[in-house]
Design a binder for this molecule. Structure first.
Ligand SMILES: *Cc1c(COP(=O)(O)O)cnc(C)c1O
Length: 389
């Protein structure tokens, strides 16, 4: 095997396009220079359509979790009530951030692999009319469920005065987001999932309604106080030293997304999801989620009879260079997850599926080699003939 050839199909981090790597290798520039201001004004502006907002999108130097914490700490103070939709490990993390900061957190525990029951959300909103915010995960990476965030946000506003805070980390840039139109109050994402960048940046934007609250709250975080980011935003700068190289890469990412067009980027992810699901169905491996809940960026597959998922993952990594993710927390050992987001094409999906088939055979699972790939090819061929490419 070529030792440097590897296939990173975890749902974060994800592969980096070569032109982005090149852009990140440019000489360093000072973050108080005019060149930086010009670069940063450009990338900040170009993030807006990806978020679906006219509001500023702030770039933080942190992983996604930092921006989740920023979202919470800028609109609450200890003792405030929060409603938290927990549909998996990342919903649990968002709730844990709230609990860590002494917020009274009412968790809606959703069975892992499903999206929240809308009636239950409504009744929880009515039960806690003082809730300051509802925290929700758009795409629950640990289960491969994409929640209907537009509907959920509407429910929050129809039934409460709470702000809707949304973790969009593993899907923004790969699926539609209309923050303003849908009424999302704070939307967050990270660099290393669908945004085709290395880990290290997070992006966050807040609605006018959220800003009314932010201005009243004395953020308990110094580093993540959004007021400081806003103050520097108009100058094309950040309050503290930003990850300049990643922002140089981000400029290239914006160009790639614009050249493909967001509409086609979103379509590509749906096709990759449909290909992946068709393949596992053809192979007889059970999927964790329903078609309706299925995420366009990550697919969770249940361990079929006799398959030790973690041994299987180690095997495909060592033998074929394919990295897959396992289950997290209560799904550990129960599922494996295939990422198909960011710098990933339908052709990459075919490669991934064919490696998975070989790995299954190597691990003694009886499947027909090629059956999954064939099902995925059929999905792709039909899509190609349907679209006017
Ligand atoms: C990856 C991810 C995060 C953030 O994780 P970091 O490791 O802090 O970048 C948050 N939410 C979701 C849904 C994620 O997929």
């Amino acid at each position: 095997m070529l030792h440097n050839q590897s296939f990173l199909r975890t749902p974060g981090p994800t592969p980096i396009p070569q032109q982005v790597t090149h852009a990140m290798n440019q000489p360093m520039i000072g973050h108080r220079s005019q060149s930086f201001a010009q670069l940063f004004k450009g990338t900040s502006e170009r993030l807006k359509p990806i978020f679906g907002t006219e509001q500023p999108v702030y770039t933080l130097t942190s992983s996604g979790t930092g921006a989740l914490e920023a979202a919470v700490l800028n609109v609450t103070k200890p003792g405030d009530e929060i409603i938290s939709v927990v549909a998996g490990a990342f919903g649990d993390r968002f709730a844990s951030i709230c609990e860590h900061h002494q917020l009274v957190t009412h968790r809606i525990e959703v069975p892992w692999g499903e999206s929240v029951d809308q009636q239950e959300l409504i009744s929880t909103l009515h039960a806690h009319p003082n809730a300051k915010a509802v925290v929700m995960t758009y795409n629950e990476t640990s289960t491969g469920v994409m929640q209907p965030i537009q509907e959920l946000t509407k429910i929050v506003h129809d039934h409460s005065y709470a702000l809707a805070l949304v973790d969009g980390v593993s899907c923004i840039g790969a699926v539609p987001a209309q923050m303003d139109e849908w009424g999302i109050d704070i939307l967050v994402t990270g660099s290393q999932k669908a945004m085709m960048l290395p880990p290290g940046l997070a992006f966050i934007s807040a609605s006018e309604r959220a800003w009314d609250v932010i201005e009243q709250v004395d953020s308990s975080s110094f580093y993540f106080d959004l007021k400081a980011y806003h103050k520097q935003y108009e100058n094309g700068m950040t309050p503290y030293t930003p990850a300049v190289s990643l922002i140089q890469g981000l400029k290239e990412v914006c160009t790639m997304l614009e050249e493909e067009t967001l509409e086609k980027v979103y379509k590509r992810h749906v096709v990759m999801k449909d290909m992946t699901r068709a393949a596992f169905r053809a192979l007889g491996l059970p999927l964790l989620t329903s078609d309706q809940d299925a995420s366009p960026t990550v697919t969770a597959v249940k361990a079929t009879e006799g398959l030790k998922v973690d041994e299987f993952r180690n095997h495909v990594r060592d033998r074929y260079g394919l990295s897959l993710a396992g289950g997290q927390k209560k799904l550990k050992g129960e599922i494996f997850r295939v990422g198909h987001m960011g710098y990933c094409s339908p052709i990459d999906v075919l490669t991934t599926l064919s490696i998975i088939e070989m790995g299954l055979v190597d691990c003694g699972i009886s499947i027909e080699l090629g059956a999954g790939v064939k099902a995925a090819q059929e999905v792709y061929i039909n899509d190609v003939s349907n679209s006017s490419k």
